[in-house]
Design a protein around this ligand. Sequence first.
Ligand SMILES: Nc1ncnc2c1ncn2[C@@H]1O[C@H](COP(=O)(O)OP(=O)(O)OP(=O)(O)O)[C@@H](O)[C@H]1O
Length: 596
Amino acid sequence: MQFGDLAEVFDRLEKTSSRLEMTDILAEFFRNVKPEEIRKTIYLSVGRLHPDFVPLELGMADKLVLKAIASVSGRRSEEVEDLWTKTGDPGEVAEMLIAKKKQMTLFSEPLSFQNVIEGLTAIENASGKDSQDKKMKLLARMLHDSSPLEARYLCRIVTGRMRVGAGTMTAMDALASAFASKEDRPDIERAFNITCDMGLVAETLASGGLDAVKGIEVSVGNPVKVMLAERLRSLPEIMERLGGKCAFEYKYDGIRVQAHIKKGPGGFVKLFSRRLEDLTSNFPDIGEALLRQLKGREAIVEGECVAYDPDTGTLQPFQNVTHRRKKHGMEKAVEDIPVRIFLFDMLYCNGEDYTLKPYSFRRMRLESSFKDDDSERYDRIGYTSRAIIDSDEKAQKFFDGAIAARCEGIMAKSLSEDSVYRAGSRGFLWIKYKKDYTQALVDSFDLTVVGAFYGMGKRAGKYGALLMAAYDPDTGRFGTACKLGTGFDDAFLDAMPGLLEKYRCETKPASLDAEMVPDVWFIPGVVLEVTAADISLSPIHTIAYGTVKEDAGLGLRFPRFTGRVRDDKTPEQCTTASEIVEFYRMQEDRDNGDVE
Ligand SMILES: Nc1ncnc2c1ncn2[C@@H]1O[C@H](COP(=O)(O)OP(=O)(O)OP(=O)(O)O)[C@@H](O)[C@H]1O
């Protein structure tokens, strides 16, 4: 395959916002290329050479890319920089300048897909003291042989700005259409949810068919997509929904970690965040304890890492544990900020996949899988406090106990036979209930920044407000939910432009529906936690458009930033359109007096 074929597919995908059309474009492409090329294409479509959980990144500094474009196009660096500032997109700049250059030059070698993969791999692996120069030259060599369109995508890939609009849902539809049927979609989705590796699933399907995909298993080292909880507004409602009897666990306020542990030769421990970042170096003490205290050979377990005072045995506020996410000074942070992991689930143990086993089985196995450790200052490993609850009174008592122990609330978990670990989905097998639910508006929202408005008065020269969006997994699109201008302190106002710069784009992102037009657009990337007074029908915001009322979306009233940047969430893990609709309906019930 030539790289040009792929660049054309990217271009066609980018030009449409119809998910059906994207599916057709991709399916047609998949049918015509080799299985391993499909795999690499899937990684490249988000600017990578590996699945998301492999920490290696191509990421070249903007300055280097600028230098490479300048050298190939024969322009001065200042000229390239100027264009880049105007468009905000290195891809567009490279495309434009290389098109001009090509009119003058006679020939260059056509760029094969393989050449590009090799070139990018060499960029990724370049190390040593002149690595920057090497990277620049490798890119320049590829740009020299590129068509303008190829140059556009090469520069977006290496600067981490690759977004073609087709998400994993579309890729799965396309794979089903190319190699299986619509009915097989759940098997493809499960394979993805237990491996987090769409490239692997695609290559397996293209080369071995659906049976091979069904044979894909949970494996230690490959993160599993996390299971998420639904919410309800009152404890009696939760009890009723779970059949009058369920397990309650404390809902700890920390950082969720999925630990992959393998002992013996070639052994390792890896801690993944819920967005698949490798957190092992942030919690070295927890990793070591898990490896040391595991009784079996290998396991995948989940827990919440919480700041903890070993002297009093009390939980500490969430802010404390976030210091462990800093990149530097980890040794001191480990010393200064003791953390304990409270385990709540077991997904795999000694060669056996537990994700399809019921909750009680998984919990029982979990609790017998680790040794206690009295030799250290404190045992780094604990289990979430838990009880079987069968009445509203017991539910209330357990909840009060959780709040007194400084937890956020409770997680109610189904005890039914089918209470499997539903990788990658939010459902009523787990239901969360928090302290805030008893207050004015249920819970907070996690929304992604898609635009900014320049500030005035005291905020002149900075962004004064942000346009925030939520995600609709059914359509694969984002819709706006509010304009957010409250809750920013000076430090955040100063940091905002830097935080958002990487996501800046010239026009409205292809995956976004928006009526409101900000001064600057951003591709969904940064997620912020927001509270609001209530939710109302909105003529201007587009999330859940037409769901509650024809010709109206839903909007958050009096939104306020809580100060928490949710860097543990991807934009697709934001509050969803249906959750916002659910909030709206809960609020209607409350206002009608249906809920206490
Ligand atoms: N006992 C527990 N069982 C499961 N999850 C727990 C438990 N204690 C704390 N948690 C945390 O609660 C989260 C579950 O809430 P939810 O699925 O709604 O995630 P979320 O969208 O991040 O919500 P929130 O912002 O409320 O944490 C888990 O991701 C996990 O981090």
